[in-house]
Design a protein around this ligand. Structure first.
Ligand code: BG6
Ligand code: MG
Length: 218
């Protein structure tokens, strides 16, 4: 049987950090004198920090020098780090540990494929770091999702061909990246939003052992 690998996105798949990203972006927007809504925050899912700030400034119709732009990127991250400082295991999304344990019990290689530059400390805080054979995050890529780079590096690190990798993603850009890498894309969240995914579940509680076993045999 050919080897199969599993790649997990972080934000919105393993932990619900979108709320903390939102609070940090909203704080910056408010300081710059405009509002930033939860609906607008949806556009930021799976999107790099730099691109998020570009979009935020477009929303507020704000222009900035490169120096100012870089300073706001730092400010946002300092605020974000303060929000996530006290995160612990209780913030892991339901049944994620069950699925990770199932894969480990079956000796399946597991990677993280995230746009975040804060991925490693978050996995440490929620005590899931030991599950991952490879961590590919915003520090390791030059091209953001929907480019497949992050997942292709993860597959290579796991030693698994791309078309034998399964990707869990909550963002449209992430599903597109997985599809572009010819991987099996599994959308976690609203099916209407993630319509390009091969399979879709609202969350991991809907992913049963039969489904996972079928993937392992595929
Ligand atoms: C993604 C999030 O996982 O990481 C985005 O969905 C975020 O909202 C991006 O902008 C970058 O994260 P960070 O932690 O490097 O600012
Ligand atoms: Mg995500």
């Amino acid at each position: 049987m050919q080897k199969i690998g599993f790649i997990f996105d972080l934000d919105g798949v393993i932990v619900d950090t979108a709320k903390y990203h939102y609070l940090a972006w909203k704080k910056l927007a408010n300081e710059l004198g405009f509002e930033f809504t939860k609906e607008q925050n949806e556009m930021f899912k799976g999107v790099s920090r730099k691109r998020c700030l570009e979009i935020l400034l477009e929303i507020g119709n704000v222009t900035a020098s490169q120096e100012q732009f870089d300073a706001w990127m730092v400010d946002k991250n300092v605020d974000y780090l303060a929000y996530i400082e006290n995160m612990d295991e209780s913030e892991v999304l339901p049944d994620v540990p069950r699925v990770l344990n199932f894969l480990k019990d079956n000796h399946i290689p597991i990677a993280l494929g995230s746009a975040s530059k804060n991925a490693r400390p978050i996995l440490e805080k929620v005590k899931l770091l030991p599950f991952f054979d490879s961590i590919v995050d915003g520090n390791n890529v030059t091209k953001a999702k929907p480019d497949p780079e992050v997942f292709l590096i993860a597959a290579e690190n796991l030693g698994v061909p791309s078309n034998k990798c399964v990707v869990f993603e909550d963002a449209v850009a992430g599903i597109q990246a997985a599809n572009a890498a010819h991987m099996i894309s599994i959308g976690i969240g609203d099916q209407k939003v993630l319509s390009e995914s091969k399979y879709n579940f609202n969350d991991f509680t809907e992913i049963d052992t039969d489904f996972l076993s079928k993937l392992l045999r595929s």
